[in-house]
Design a binder for this molecule. Structure first.
Ligand code: AHR
Length: 621
């Protein structure tokens, strides 16, 4: 195969947001996942208030004279000396991941009878029921007060429990019992799991879409994601049921709630840490159209639109404004520089169009600086759904969010998908996509198909301005959807081959598209070859991406044309991911089964000769 890159006239600009991350609290991605809280149901507000807890002795749930008005439940634990033990055990999220010698920060709010001292024993128990950390503390004061202490364990166990016990006579009221590892991402309180955020950081994402997905919509309007409930003091953020409170087969998980401990403030902060543009998605007044299909009438839509206006104020407003002050009080007086806002998730039908219209009418007047994003509806297959592009054009949204979860074959056949999209009108945000192999594994078959398909995103960067794989995270013991980009247990995580493909694009995005030609090949899948090329003007790099989906090696001869002074190096830096076995996956125990390899190759003049191994994806710089 002879390919020629023409570097003379760089083409369309590649948006800095091009390759990003989509985060949703599905598969225990937030609570039990990247949100580092280790206690499940810390404020006893689940429908069954002891979910996550095993009480013993005399323990009751109360809500009179509460510590937090929006989370009023608390427990009263009454000690009877050493005759009858009273206390509580928390099982965490499929256990609590504890590391030897690491610090764990325990906090709780408590009050006891006036003049009384309550002796508490605090323990971390391993999966064999042996204490691996023990501490005794005393609590006084009949007003609600916050107490903190640090626990350190003498061994590692992914399935530990936390136990507290009253050791003397008398009662203690306790609320918001919280345990965090000391080494969160950037050492923040109420922080995030370091290994998981590091994995996101290493993707070099340009955009961060949150908080969903279907949880934006909720199964019902009442359970939709309401961002205002997710900001302010963490103890007083009212809980919400998670829309993913059931599996594919509609098996109910009574223990999947959103604590909102990782809320909109934390999402904005994370976007900033990752160097990605924040892209919040808000409810458009439609509950999940796969579920209840509940909708708010057009006359009653105003509070939903107000939520959008207030969110812009929360993110960008001066600290003297109502919502700008909330942001500043939380620790971020500077603006979060919100530029993008999506209205509605995966919506369809006239009901969506007429609601979106109302949002646009208000937002485009009051905030013309904000880029508004609409939805195309689910991927059209000619059967079930309206295809909303014509309506999105009429509404003149800036970007249309398309979702597609399809077979690897579909991805391979659709590398030319955007070649013929109408350039006049909205651009594309591929907000959720993933190749779904038959067994729904995160195997190399799916990853290679995504890599090949993405050459088409890149080639059409004038049309496709952002793309985010989905879903992002999954707990190996508690998930509802697969495949997913990053899997984890309570202590470790594993990067899938799909992750590495995203990383190869995200860290080699370039700034402008370059023309790439090959005689006899369309580079969109003809004879199993897919390719695209870009230039990174800031780094003076020419980057070519090539996927060989054949089961045999192909010889590539790649020539760079159009450089006035020729290449400034006689070496190509190459990153390559390949496997003879398309079913290969990475696992927590074998996370390096398939990972990219780096090497260099000599360039002779302006031509590079390279053997493209079977089933392979290359980034050549
Ligand atoms: O990513 C999983 C789900 O797929 C999202 O919540 C939803 O938008 C889509 O249907």
């Amino acid at each position: 195969i002879q390919m020629t890159v023409n570097a003379k006239k760089p083409g369309a600009e590649i948006q800095p947001e091009m390759y990003g991350v989509f985060f949703e609290d599905i598969n225990f991605g937030a609570d039990g996942g990247v949100y580092a809280e280790l206690i499940k149901n810390r404020s006893f507000e689940f429908e069954h208030p002891f979910v996550g807890w095993t009480p013993f002795g005399d323990v009751v749930v109360k809500n009179d004279d509460a510590c937090f008005d929006k989370n009023p439940n608390y427990v009263r634990v009454t000690g009877k000396g050493l005759r009858t033990f009273s206390g509580l055990e928390n099982n965490g999220f499929k256990g609590i991941g504890i590391k030897k010698d690491a610090e764990y920060h325990l906090s709780f709010h408590a009050r006891v009878e006036k003049g009384k001292t309550i002796k508490l024993k605090l323990e971390i128990i391993n999966s064999h029921n042996d204490p691996i950390s023990v501490k005794h503390i005393e609590v006084t004061g009949d007003d609600w007060q916050k107490h903190t202490t640090v626990l350190t364990a003498n061994s590692t166990d992914a399935h530990s429990k936390f136990r507290l016990m009253v050791e003397n006579w008398g009662y203690i009221d306790m609320d918001h019992i919280s345990l965090f590892p000391g080494d969160t991402w950037k050492g923040r309180e109420n922080g995030l799991r370091k290994d998981l955020v590091q994995a996101l950081y290493d993707l070099n994402p340009g955009v961060f879409r949150f908080p969903g997905g279907c949880i934006v919509e909720g199964n019902t309007l009442e359970s939709r994601y309401q961002w205002k409930n997710s900001v302010g003091p963490v103890e007083n953020r009212p809980l919400n049921i998670n829309r993913w409170n059931y599996t594919f087969k509609h098996k109910f998980f009574p223990d999947y709630y959103q604590s909102y401990g990782m809320g909109f403030y934390e999402y904005f902060l994370l976007s900033e840490d990752l160097g990605a543009e924040p892209l919040p998605v808000l409810s458009c007044g439609l509950a999940c159209q796969y579920e209840s299909k509940e909708l708010v009438s057009l006359e009653d839509l105003e509070p939903y639109i107000q939520d959008a206006l207030d969110l812009i104020e929360f993110a960008n407003g001066a600290t003297t404004t109502k919502w700008g002050k909330v942001r500043a009080d939380m620790g971020h007086p500077e603006s979060f520089n919100l530029k993008f806002l999506a209205i509605g998730n995966e919506q369809w039908g006239e009901v969506y169009v007429e609601r979106l219209q109302r949002f646009i009418d208000v937002l485009s007047k009051k905030h013309p600086e904000i880029v508004l994003i609409g939805s195309s509806g689910p991927q059209p297959d000619g059967k079930d759904f309206d295809y909303l592009w014509p309506e999105m054009k009429k509404l003149d949204v800036a970007l249309v969010d398309e979702h597609y979860y399809r077979s690897p074959e579909w991805f391979l056949e659709n590398a030319g998908r955007y070649d013929s999209y109408d350039r006049k009108g909205p651009k594309v945000f591929a907000g959720e996509y993933a190749a779904h192999p038959k067994n729904r594994d995160n195997n190399f078959e799916g990853a290679l198909a995504e890599a090949a398909f993405m050459t088409g995103l890149e080639r059409n960067a004038d049309m496709v301005q952002m793309a985010t794989y989905a879903p992002l995270f999954a707990h190996v013991e508690a998930w509802q959807w697969c495949p997913d980009m990053i899997w984890f247990d309570n202590l470790k995580c594993v990067r899938t081959p799909n992750y590495y493909v995203q990383q190869m694009y995200g860290t080699n995005a370039g700034t402008h598209v370059l023309s790439l030609q090959a005689e006899g090949f369309d580079l969109k899948g003809q004879d199993g070859i897919y390719a695209s090329s870009v230039i990174d003007k800031n780094k003076s790099e020419i980057i070519i991406k090539v996927a060989n989906t054949n089961t045999e090696t192909k010889d590539l001869s790649l020539t760079i044309e159009g450089l006035k002074k020729g290449l400034n190096s006689n070496k190509a830096e190459i990153t390559m991911i390949q496997s003879n076995d398309l079913s290969v996956v990475n696992t927590l125990d074998n996370p390096l089964n398939i990972i990219p390899q780096n090497f260099t190759e000599s360039i002779s003049g302006s031509t590079l000769n390279l053997k493209l191994t079977k089933n392979s994806f290359y980034v050549i710089k």
